[in-house]
Design a protein around this ligand. Structure first.
Ligand code: HPA
Length: 261
């Protein structure tokens, strides 16, 4: 077990990327990858979710140094909303300044079909918990008005437009999982102003802001929310559908880095 900074052995990246369920193919875009299985890194989770590899990869995308977390710990695994706190702290210690989070999500906006990508512009924490519960310092009172960095959102949208990459923008609602929502919950989420629902990312954005890291996040839409089409949801569907949006997202990140984002 090694501390991340020591393991990276002088490699410095200002940007970290966290890959969601079924988005492991983004790893193929990393040049000169150096792989660090989570079990070799202090405090990194050994995730039990299929579709999550559980390794950190250091390398470059479009000549930009990145550390990529393939696999994350979810609240629903052990009931710990702060499960990603130690890895995020390790990223910060290693010199990371901003974090780009990705996930798979269900759409509750008819305009966003499975296979499309949504840039998260804001979130609703509907889990009833928070990763900073128990944090003893006043730093726990984190302002969330600009949680999803506005200039970064704007520049991603600009790059997407310029390169004909279609992305949506919307509000992500965090449900604890692990079960999918009911049709009634999906109707409620829509009335509350959400565009997509999912089981991750929000705790990490809260922790990132707490640590002073800039945050951006994207959802790959794998299905319509429960009750919208009438068919049952499954994790198999999530994993099968994720690569399509993952391809769009991978391209967006590649061109964004190329353009100096
Ligand atoms: N709900 C919650 N999480 C998800 C979904 C969904 O419909 N699809 C992929 N992750």
């Amino acid at each position: 077990m090694t501390e991340l900074k020591t393991a990276l052995d002088g490699f410095k990246a200002e940007t970290a990327l966290v890959l969601g369920s079924g988005l492991g193919s983004l790893v193929e875009r990393i040049q000169n990858p150096k792989r660090f299985p989570y079990e070799t890194l202090d405090g990194f989770p050994t995730s039990g979710v299929s579709g999550h590899a559980g390794e950190l990869i250091a390398g470059t995308i479009s000549e930009t140094n990145v550390v990529v977390l393939s696999g994350r710990a979810h609240y629903y695994e052990h009931g710990d909303a702060a499960a990603m706190r130690t890895p995020l702290e390790a990223l910060k210690t290693a010199g990371v300044k901003r974090i780009i989070l990705t996930n798979s999500a269900g759409s509750i906006n008819k305009k966003m079909a499975p296979g499309s990508v949504m840039q998260i512009k804001d979130h609703i924490n509907f889990s009833g918990t928070n990763p900073l519960i128990g944090e003893p310092t006043d730093n726990r009172f984190v302002g969330m008005t600009s949680a999803y960095d506005k200039p970064l959102r704007k520049v991603f949208r600009k790059v997407a437009k310029k390169n004909d990459i279609d992305i949506h923008s919307g509000v992500y609602m965090w449900f604890s999982g692990p079960v999918f929502e009911t049709p009634a919950e999906i109707k409620m989420a829509k009335r509350m102003g959400a565009d997509a629902v999912g089981m991750s990312t929000v705790p990490e954005v809260i922790l990132a802001r707490f640590l002073g890291l800039e945050a951006a996040a994207f959802s790959v839409i794998t299905n319509y929310g429960a009750g919208i089409t009438g068919s049952e949801l499954s994790h198999t569907e999530t994993k099968e559908m994720a690569p399509k949006g993952g391809e769009i997202l991978g391209r967006l990140i590649e061109v964004a880095f190329k353009e100096g984002v």
